[in-house]
Write a protein that binds this ligand. Sequence first.
Ligand code: GLU
Length: 279
Amino acid sequence: MTAITRFAPSPTGYLHLGHAASALFSFKQSGPHGRFLLRIEDIDQTRCRAEYLDAIYQDLAWLGLEWEEPVRVQSDHFSDYQNVLDRLTDMGLLYPCFCTRKDIQAEVAQIGNAPHGPDGALYPGTCRACSAKERRDRIAAGESYALRLDMTAAVGRVGRELVWFDRAAGRQIATPEIFGDVVLARKETPTSYHLSVTHDDHLQGISLVTRGEDLFFASHLHRLLQEVLGYDVPEYHHHGLLTGPDGKRFAKRDKSKTLRSMREEGLEPSDVIAMTDLV
Ligand code: GLU
């Protein structure tokens, strides 16, 4: 079986063993005649650092991975994401949200039993109710805002059940509603993970999206965005997450487990590869 797969790290820290496992998994899933792409997901410019970016290239090459050039670096493509946002705005599926985190917390606390999704409490919809005039006035006054997806409108526009297929978990009926009115462009970043990843996977012709099972639910939302935007639907394979001897997930903050430190301790790529089998 051949596929076009990708590994899409964010340069917000050094790669750890879990990343190595995920990258190798993606590479293997592309098959002997497939294509393997590397994509740098650095839209959050406040958290990304050039030294981590360099380290990604070095560490993956050290592991023996080869990827196609040029590498797509998301921060070079903010205008692409803006175009996608404009399309969604033209469809009437986005609205500006002026709420601060605090406003939302207060509102959610008031509701009491507020519904929760994969990313926490669902947005209570405060700014969805703003009139066109209020929106215009607040934007003209320089208030900062995020752009949220009007979930009910988006699901209504599609008007039918959406499915997607995960190689590990099987056929899935998409339930994007679990995210509520999710943010698609942040106040401080003119896009979001969900928007850029869906766009780039389509643009790059990814036929099999592999990533950790911690992102399984995101695919429900991505499937909706694909449908609304007329994008191809890839297959998915959400893999298990590598855990340490304590049963906990590898995390970037756990410095001792970075590929860099393992290399400095004298480990060979084959030693690392032996520690990374995933399903
Ligand atoms: N950039 C994401 C991360 O580092 C991966 C996103 C994906 O594979 O869809 O967690």
